[in-house]
Each structure stands twice: as structure tokens, then as C-alpha cells.
Write a protein that binds this ligand. Structure first.
Ligand code: PLP
Length: 682
């Protein structure tokens, strides 16, 4: 059993039809070609279709048909097969590339808009794996700028746009070009087709496919040679412009016709395979999936997974070799076009396309084709899981006895080997290996190296405002010096640092606080947190800084704020709670989930993680009392007034989650405060 990343499916009907063609009068330029073209345009809903010898040939004459020449520029996606860009070079034109969106593997609309200058004559969006994205927006921008859109649909026959119309209908383009190479949706051996709704373009394409010779009632130029006594000379044809020999054969189209009959079944199966992969593979930490939201309409030509190889101290080569050993043949789609020497020599640099670089570093296509059986797919999944099972990520956690730290340990579902730095308490032995070493740069460096640590989470710190105020040296030691030692120890390494900051560093009269907002420190605790953040930003910008305020169950080592409320109410103690201090706390469960999602995606920068609702501490305590059916009358509202209190506090710390939700829109529901409270996580 050999499982390639994709392959054709040929049955008896295909073979019989090809044999029928071989036995007929024509093996090329006969009736099968037109029949095939008609069937294609009916399927995709275009007026015209011109079958050609390959998709590359199709893209070439599509550009030629719009008179693309040496003064013109083509804009296309940096992630595609080389031929998408090459066709501009066939015509001595220029090309420039647009970076991709990592989630959709399609060209980034904003960058595209910026790059459309007066020389741009055509845009070729590429529907990688058969999934179209932003098609309406691209077409709109192009039309505004009088630029042609030619879709590279090499992967996309059978796929649909987001509105359900078939890709190839040219609803959002001037031309669509498909490939029938054996790994594609259907095959004709080699082959391609261009669809269009423009009659002039259609006629031009027919000529260009066949040497530039006149077609479809083209008027003859040399009338005296074309006619004898006003009657057309039957042998006569004219070459009107420079064309090519890009014809497809009848034999190929015979195969294409019977393949088309199976297309819907092919697509259905490929989509099913993709969805099953999604369900199974998203459970593997360190593995990322793209295009999940596009599965409904995709042609599912390839199934790409993204692996952060460094995380697992492995390489793509090792992964591919492991899979090949099991007879599973993976492939990379694609190296960014600008990295090929031909384009590099033209001055393109991958550094200008950071998403494509990241995508290329991680992407790998795994088997996805019609005849892949359920058993075979399970076999592929099993071996991917097995590979990663043996490749746990080594994580060093600071603050394992704290609230967040202990929840990280509890929620870690054996994806990591966690080492917890042992400060005082002997914690987390059940979930991690506690390690004790002298916390200085030399020892930490050595430890990181010897244990092959990929991630450090710093969830440690002195969080009591009162203690920070009265024991300032200790506050600096716990909240600033530790991070400084960590930063110095990971210099010039790939270790990812995740640092937990606070919402205490903000105060705003009204509204939500974004990450870009000015930091304030009203108390010494906040000051140490700002100092720590600033150090990290300066020394290790690839770190992830999380600003949050969380609630949830504490541990034997540490009570949480909600534990404090519950315990006091149970004992019928009166507790004064601030009624004019507002925050947006998130449950520890949700926070840890978000955190690992971000680690998994290797996200850098500063992010707020909070719930979507603003609530006063008093109301929050009341909600907890309601949930626990405890008597609310013991909660006494108390107004904070900084003149009366020893320690100043911010009054509004309502964090805005927009930046987080832009990355993970699916988290929206999870961040609902009431839902989190109701989950009885308190
Ligand atoms: C995105 C893309 N564009 C264009 C082509 C060229 O197709 P063909 O081999 O039919 O010329 C391919 C082929 O793999 C492709 O994947």
C-alpha cells in the first residue's frame, strides 16, 4: 500500500471511452473537444470554455488575450506553483507578488490593494487547494482600477465561491483557468481549460491555442486568397497573430468527459476526508490547520497541515522520512515563488513576505484523494499522531504553585513535558517534573540547553498589592528580576517566552482598553509589571505577553479570589467588596485554553485575554453567591476612594479582546462571562 498526497481515479468507463475515441476517425481536433468544452462550461456556468494542453498554456494565452506585454505587470500570490508567475515572463512582462493570509493561504487583500499601480494589467488570484477567498473584493478592486482578473483554478474544479456559485463561472473574474494534471480534481493526463463570458476573449483564445490561425467566422484579411468567385476556398486559413500550439487532443477529452461525470462524487469524498482530518488533527498540539472555515465550498484538492517543527525539536525532513517509511508520501505546496533562483535573481526577497515564509516553513500536504479509504486515512492519522506522541514539547514553567500555573499543569493533556521551577513548595509532582536549580543565568542557560526547552511560561510573581507595596525589594525580585534572568538566558535561542502580565496597568474612565493604550502604574505592583513588560519588549520581541485577570478554582497551595468570596460567605462573614472597581475577568479554564492556542500558533506580541463583559467586583461577588446559592447579604458594597486608601487602584480595567478575536474568532462564545461562571468553574 503506497499512499501519495494525491492521485487520479480511472475506472472502466474512462477506459472504454478513450478506447472508443481511439477507434473513431479522430484522435485529435475531433468532436470530443467541443463536447468536453460544452460540458465544462455547463458545469461551471460560464458562456464559453477553451480546452488547452495544460493550465500553464491556458494562463499564458489568457494573459496574451488581454494583450499583456512587456510594459505590463502581473500581481499574483507568492504561494503558488511557479507557472502562475512564469506566464508573465513568457510575454516579457513584469511580475510582483502579494503575501498570503496564513489562515486561508490566499493573497492578502490589503497588500494587493497597495501594490496595484498604473502598470498592473492583471491579477491572478490562486485558489490554493480549491478554496476561493475574497473573490468579490478582489474583483471589485480590480474593476475600479481597470485591471483584469484571471483566476488560477488549477486546484479548484468542483469548488464554489462563498455565495455557492461554481468557481469557473467567471462571476468574479474575466477568465478562470483549470488544470487536468493527474493529481487535480479530474484528469485528462495533461490538460487544462479556460472559461470566460467574454465573446471577444473567447475568440482570441481559440486562435491563440492554435498558432493564431483564424477561427469562428473571423473575417479573412487576404480576401483575394480566401475566395474564388466569392466562394470560400476550402483549404484556406490565415495566421492573423502569433499563436501557439496549445491544443488538447480528442483522446484526452474523451477521458475528461467521463471524468466529469464523476466530479461531484470526487469532490464530496475529498471534502469528507478534509473534515475528518480536521476533527482528528486539530487535537494535536503544535499542528496547525488552514482553511477550516472554507471546507464547505472547497474542491479539497490538497490537504495541508502546518507543523511547528522547531517546537518538537524535529524537521520537516524527519517527518517526511518517518511517513515515507510507513509508505505515506507527503509533499510541500509550495515554496514561495520568490525563493526560486530565477525570481531571487530578479531581486525578490522572502523577508518581504513574512506569512508566506512562515507558511512554507511549516506546510506539508498529506494524502487526500477519491480512492483513499477510511482505513487508509485512519492509518495516515495514526502515524501523524504517533510521530508527535513521541515528540513532546519541553516546557519550563515558572509559577507552578500559583493559580494560573497549577491550572496549566492540570489542563496539560500530556502534550508537554513540563518542568516546573521549584521555588519553595514542592508542587505539581503529579503533572510535571519539579526542578530545583540556582536561578541565575548560567544555570538556567545550561538547563534550557540540556533539557531542550522550547517554551518558557512565566506565571510567577508577587501579586498581592499590599505585599508589593510593603516589600518592594521582594516585589522587584519576584516580578522583575526573574524575567530578567529568563530573558538573558534565552538570548540567541529559539525558546519561546510566554509572560503573564496584568490588567492593573491600565485605567480608563470609560470603554474598553486595547493593547495599544498607555500603561499606568498606580501602585507598586503595577510598576513592577510595567518594568517587566518593557524589558521583554526590548530584549525578546518574539515573546508573547498576556494581560489578563482571571478567576477560578484555587489549589491546596493557593486560594483564588472566588475561593475567598465563597469561603467567607459560607462562614457567614461580612466581606466588603469594591463596587466602583470594574474589570473583565476570564475563567482560568478559558485563559489556559486561549494561552495554548496562542502558543500553538507561535503568536508573538502583547494580547489582552479577558471576558467580554465589564463587571464591578461587587457584582462579580454577587454572581458567585447566586451560583453557589449563598447569602448575598454578607457582601457589602464599598466605594473605592484613593484618598482614603493606602494603595491606589485603577477603577476601570475592562480589557478589549479584539486582537485575540481577530486571530481566533471561534473564541467569541467562550469569552462570555456569564457562560464561564455558569460552567461551575468556581
Ligand atoms: C496553482 C497551480 N497553477 C498552475 C499549475 C499548472 O498546471 P499545469 O500542470 O496543468 O500546467 C499548477 C500545477 O500544478 C498549479 O498547482
Amino acid at each position: 500500500m503506497k499512499l501519495p498526497y494525491s492521485k487520479q481515479y480511472i475506472d472502466k468507463k474512462d477506459i472504454n471511452e478513450v478506447v472508443k475515441c481511439l477507434k473513431s476517425d479522430f484522435v485529435t481536433q475531433g468532436p470530443y473537444i467541443e463536447k468536453f468544452e460544452k460540458k465544462i462550461s455547463k458545469y461551471v456556468g460560464s458562456k464559453y470554455a477553451v480546452a488547452v494542453s495544460s493550465c500553464t498554456a491556458g494562463l499564458h494565452i489568457a494573459l496574451k488575450a488581454i494583450n499583456f506585454s512587456n510594459n505590463d505587470k502581473l500581481l499574483t500570490s507568492i504561494i503558488s506553483f511557479v507557472s502562475t508567475a512564469n506566464v508573465s515572463q513568457f510575454l516579457d512582462g513584469k511580475v510582483d507578488f502579494v503575501d498570503i493570509n496564513l489562515d486561508t493561504i490566499s493573497l492578502n487583500l490589503e497588500m494587493l490593494k497597495k501594490k496595484i499601480d498604473k502598470n498592473v494589467k492583471a491579477i491572478i488570484p490562486v485558489h490554493i487547494s480549491g478554496a476561493a477567498y475574497n473573490e468579490k473584493e478582489i474583483y471589485k478592486v480590480a474593476k475600479e482600477k481597470k485591471v483584469f482578473v484571471i483566476e488560477d483554478c488549477a486546484h479548484a474544479l468542483g469548488g464554489e465561491y462563498s455565495d455557492g456559485t461554481k468557481i469557473g463561472s467567471c462571476k468574479y473574474s474575466d477568465m478562470s483557468v483549470f488544470s487536468f494534471h493527474p493529481v487535480k480534481s479530474i484528469t485528462t493526463g495533461e490538460g487544462g481549460v479556460i472559461t470566460t463570458n467574454n465573446k471577444e476573449i473567447y475568440k482570441k483564445l481559440l486562435r491563440l491555442r492554435s498558432h493564431g490561425i483564424n477561427k469562428v467566422n473571423d473575417k479573412f484579411i487576404n480576401k483575394e486568397l480566401a475566395f474564388t468567385k466569392r466562394k470560400k476556398n476550402p483549404w484556406y486559413y490565415e495566421m492573423r497573430e502569433l499563436g501557439y500550439h496549445y491544443r488538447i487532443t480528442d483522446i484526452q477529452c474523451a477521458l475528461g468527459l467521463t471524468q466529469l461525470d464523476k466530479l461531484n462524487n470526487f469532490i464530496k469524498k475529498r471534502r469528507e476526508l478534509s473534515r475528518y482530518y480536521d476533527d482528528e488533527l486539530k487535537k494535536i498540539f503544535g499542528l496547525n490547520l488552514s482553511q477550516i472555515s472554507m471546507r464547505k465550498n472547497t474542491a479539497a484538492h490538497i490537504y495541508v497541515i502546518r507543523i511547528n517543527y522547531k517546537f518538537f525539536s524535529t524537521t520537516r525532513q524527519e517527518f517526511m522520512a518517518y511517513m515515507r517509511n510507513k509508505n505515506i508520501y507527503c509533499q510541500v505546496h509550495y515554496m514561495p515563488i520568490c525563493m526560486h533562483p530565477y525570481y531571487k535573481n530578479k531581486g525578490f526577497r522572502i523577508e518581504n513576505f513574512p506569512n508566506a515564509k512562515k507558511y512554507y516553513d511549516e506546510c506539508i500536504s498529506i494524502p487526500c484523494y477519491y480512492s483513499l479509504s477510511v482505513k487508509e486515512q485512519k492509518f495516515v492519522i495514526h502515524h501523524i499522531k504517533n510521530f508527535f506522541y513521541n515528540k513532546k514539547v519541553n516546557l519550563l514553567l515558572f509559577g507552578g504553585s500559583g493559580l494560573l500555573g497549577s491550572n496549566i499543569l492540570k489542563m496539560n493533556k500530556s502534550n508537554f513535558n513540563i518542568f516546573t521551577y521549584l521555588n519553595k513548595k514542592n508542587i505539581g509532582r503529579k503533572f510535571s517534573k519539579s526542578v530545583k536549580f540556582n536561578l541565575n543565568i548560567k544555570f538556567l542557560k545550561k538547563f534550557i540547553y540540556e533539557k531542550n526547552i522550547s517554551i518558557i511560561i512565566n506565571a510567577s510573581g508577587l501579586t498581592s498589592l499590599e505585599e508589593c507595596e510593603s516589600k518592594r525589594n521582594l516585589a522587584i525580585k519576584s516580578n522583575v528580576k526573574i524575567i530578567s534572568t529568563i530573558l538573558n538566558s534565552i538570548q540567541n535561542t529559539d525558546v519561546k517566552l510566554v509572560h503573564i502580565s496584568t490588567d492593573q496597568i491600565f485605567d480608563k474612565k470609560r470603554g474598553k482598553i486595547a493593547e495599544s493604550e498607555k500603561l499606568v502604574f498606580k501602585n507598586y505592583y503595577a510598576k513592577t509589571k510595567v518594568l517587566a513588560e518593557n524589558q521583554i519588549k526590548k530584549l525578546n520581541p518574539k515573546s508573547l505577553i498576556i494581560r489578563s485577570n482571571f478567576f477560578g478554582k484555587g489549589t491546596v497551595y493557593r486560594n483564588s479570589y472566588s475561593d475567598y468570596i465563597v469561603k467567607n460567605l459560607q462562614r457567614k462573614n461580612f466581606i466588603p467588596i469594591w463596587s466602583n472597581i470594574n474589570f473583565s475577568p476570564v475563567s482560568l479554564n478559558t485563559l489556559v485554553k486561549c494561552l495554548f492556542k496562542m502558543i500553538n500558533r507561535n503568536i508573538s506580541g502583547v494580547f489582552n485575554i479577558s471576558s467580554n463583559q465589564k463587571i464591578s467586583k461587587f457584582k462579580f461577588a454577587n454572581k458567585i453567591a447566586e451560583l453557589k446559592k449563598l447569602d448575598k447579604k454578607f457582601i457589602i458594597p464599598k466605594k473605592f476612594d484613593n484618598k482614603r486608601e493606602k494603595i491606589d487602584r485603577p477603577l476601570n480595567m475592562f480589557l478589549n479582546n479584539k486582537k485575540l478575536l481577530d486571530l481566533f474568532p471561534e473564541l467569541e462564545k467562550e469569552l462570555d462571562l456569564s457562560k464561564q461562571i455558569q460552567k461551575k468553574l468556581i
